[in-house]
Ligand binder design. Structure first.
Ligand SMILES: *[C@@H]1O[C@H](CO)[C@@H](O)[C@H](O)[C@H]1NC(C)=O
Ligand SMILES: *[C@@H]1O[C@H](CO)[C@@H](O)[C@H](O)[C@H]1NC(C)=O
Ligand SMILES: *[C@@H]1O[C@H](CO)[C@@H](O)[C@H](O)[C@H]1NC(C)=O
Ligand SMILES: *[C@@H]1O[C@H](CO)[C@@H](O)[C@H](O)[C@H]1NC(C)=O
Ligand SMILES: *[C@@H]1O[C@H](CO)[C@@H](O)[C@H](O)[C@H]1NC(C)=O
Ligand SMILES: *[C@@H]1O[C@H](CO)[C@@H](O)[C@H](O)[C@H]1NC(C)=O
Ligand SMILES: *[C@@H]1O[C@H](CO)[C@@H](O)[C@H](O)[C@H]1NC(C)=O
Ligand SMILES: *[C@@H]1O[C@H](CO)[C@@H](O)[C@H](O)[C@H]1NC(C)=O
Ligand SMILES: *[C@@H]1O[C@H](CO)[C@@H](O)[C@H](O)[C@H]1NC(C)=O
Length: 470
């Protein structure tokens, strides 16, 4: 991905040297800091609407939160400045801040974006906007990584742009702590599920044109969240729920029976377990990798800055104790915050790429089994998207999830109970596997046309782009 990016930057005449991900030793903080900042500048900063996010007063917590109940609106920005975003032509954006609930049951602020289609898809003659509540995947663990502050809203045509092009309004929560000035409990699905359901309630109260019925849909971290929304609906339902789609979900956030790997996402998770269950970070991390992660947070670094911080370090480079997932704190976290094995308040569709290199396939299958054991006549469906990886499975299964959402709004009956199936191509072996065309921050050759990576004086001369009227 770096080489393609650099090719395009070279086209733009910008001088950048390639970031060398093997250049730093795991004990050299100055080198890691330099590499992390360079990566952030190249890959992340161009996609932020506001950096640092604190400069946008929208994300500041208002005084009237003290009187708020869950789902109540704290702020409404009805018409956001679409010039600051890379959303498709014809779409519009709003932002809201609203009250959600944290692990203590206390009121906390959350932010969300609402993406509007040019015109709504009509169901049964309705004139409202059918509502999909999107739960995003890992974007990072500090305020700066709010998806409402990303020019491509993180998922672009993988989900949210596509949904809006088809006539759905999409409310996408940032989750408490991304955007809002609170701790972000990364992978604590049931807390993020609070943020999703209250984003629905808040958006519906702010915008009367939204449908009262809604579908929950998420990918990766957000797949776990969409699953948690389904479980929450069984015990504490919010009206209008039509069902959940959990794409590429890791129901259990961490394996509590074996040593840890070198994934920066797992390291991010240790911060949550420290916050909620007192895991002692200084007792498990080597000093420099811990300082590197803290640096990522302090400079508003997100996923890519995190990758750059750890790059090729192995688990023993990062941790003094690689057995920390077997600690009581980690076990307690997974017991309290994993999904699956609980009844659901509506149908669940699990979409899982069979070649997922990020979350694997075992977790989703085991979670499906556990949920099926208790879900009775609720429809629970597991679809294996054959040969497709973590993100590519979203494109390959697009027709299926679009139809599923349409059918829920149309009240098409679903067969009760559990079933599995495979979605495979007749061209197996010759289908495109990589996300090559792509949009957004690692993917300039679409975004290029909307000026993210090319200065405007180069627009007319590259890739055949001609400005309107010329
Ligand atoms: C800092 O990073 C840049 C870009 O990767 C690299 O060219 C430079 O050599 C690095 N400097 C140090 C001191 O590591
Ligand atoms: C990256 O840095 C390492 C260590 O300094 C060096 O061995 C390697 O050749 C470098 N790779 C590139 C592509 O410059
Ligand atoms: C907080 O103030 C905003 C702006 O005046 C208002 O729209 C919102 O309804 C208020 N919320 C609560 C819970 O008081
Ligand atoms: C909207 O965003 C664009 C791009 O960031 C900026 O140039 C413009 O000043 C903004 N307009 C307003 C009214 O803030
Ligand atoms: C981890 O990498 C270091 C070098 O950074 C190496 O010395 C060590 O043997 C590796 N450990 C394992 C378990 O591979
Ligand atoms: C590493 O962590 C595990 C799990 O908490 C614990 O049982 C073990 O004693 C720790 N090892 C050391 C050397 O501290
Ligand atoms: C799920 O259940 C099926 C049928 O009992 C079984 O074949 C499969 O191994 C189970 N999968 C996992 C990951 O537990
Ligand atoms: C659509 O509207 C008709 C007529 O009002 C009604 O009978 C039917 O139940 C509606 N269908 C759905 C799915 O709401
Ligand atoms: C289970 O769901 C089917 C529809 O899929 C329905 O026909 C059947 O009556 C349901 N059975 C029970 C026991 O609720």
């Amino acid at each position: 991905m770096y080489s393609l990016l650099f090719t395009l930057l070279a086209v733009a005449g910008l001088a950048h040297s390639q970031i060398n991900l093997t250049s730093c030793s795991s004990t050299d903080l100055a080198c890691i800091e330099n590499r992390t900042r360079a990566d952030q500048a190249l890959i992340e900063l161009p996609n932020f609407v506001t950096y640092p996010i604190q400069n946008d007063p929208f994300y500041a917590t208002p005084a009237n939160i003290t009187d708020a109940k869950p789902g109540q609106i704290l702020k409404v920005e009805r018409r956001s400045n679409v010039s600051a975003y890379d959303i498709p032509p014809g779409q519009s954006l709003s932002r809201i801040m609203y009250a959600s609930v944290d692990n203590f049951g206390d009121i906390v602020p959350a932010t969300a974006a609402v993406l509007w289609p040019f015109t709504p898809k009509s169901f049964n003659g309705s004139s409202g906007y059918p509502l999909v509540a999107w739960a995003h995947g890992t974007s990072g663990i500090d305020r700066q990584c709010a998806v409402s502050n990303l020019r491509n809203l993180q998922y672009d045509f993988r989900s949210v742009f596509t949904l809006a092009n088809l006539g759905y309004a999409v409310v996408m929560t940032d989750y408490v702590g991304l955007g809002s000035d609170n701790f972000f409990n990364y992978l604590a699905y049931k807390l993020h599920a609070n943020d999703v359901v209250y984003s629905v309630v808040a958006a519906q109260s702010a915008f009367s044109q939204l449908s009262s019925e809604w579908v929950s849909f998420g990918h990766s971290e957000g797949g776990g969240v969409a699953w948690a929304v389904g479980e929450r609906q069984a015990t504490d339902p919010v009206p209008g729920f039509l069902g959940s789609i959990a794409a590429a979900p890791p129901p259990r956030q961490i394996d509590t029976t074996s040593p840890v790997g070198n994934s920066v996402f797992t390291a991010f998770l240790s911060f949550t377990i420290s916050h909620l269950y007192g895991l002692d970070l200084s007792a498990i991390f080597r000093p420099v990798p811990l300082q590197a992660l803290q640096l990522v947070q302090s400079i508003g670094g997100c996923n890519d800055a995190g990758y750059a911080a750890f790059a090729t370090f192995n688990a023993t480079d990062i941790y003094t104790n690689t057995s920390w997932p077997m600690s009581q704190a980690a076990i307690d976290f997974v017991n309290d915050y994993a999904v699956s094995g609980r009844p659901l308040g509506g149908p669940l569709l699990i979409l899982q790429g069979s070649a997922d290199t990020v979350v694997g396939t075992v977790g989703a299958a085991a979670g499906f089994n556990a949920t099926c054991a208790v879900s009775g006549n609720t429809s629970v469906e597991y679809v294996s998207v054959v040969d497709m990886d973590h993100n590519p499975s979203m494109y390959a299964s697009q027709r299926l999830w679009m139809q599923w959402i349409e059918d829920r709004f149309s009240h098409v009956p679903l067969r009760g109970g559990c079933r599995t199936s495979e979605l495979s191509s007749a061209f197996a072996g010759d289908v495109q596997l990589a996300e090559r065309f792509v949009v957004g921050y690692t993917k300039p050759w679409i975004t290029i046309f909307s000026s993210t990576f090319l200065p405007s004086y180069l627009w007319a001369s590259d890739l055949g782009f001609v400005q309107g009227g010329s």
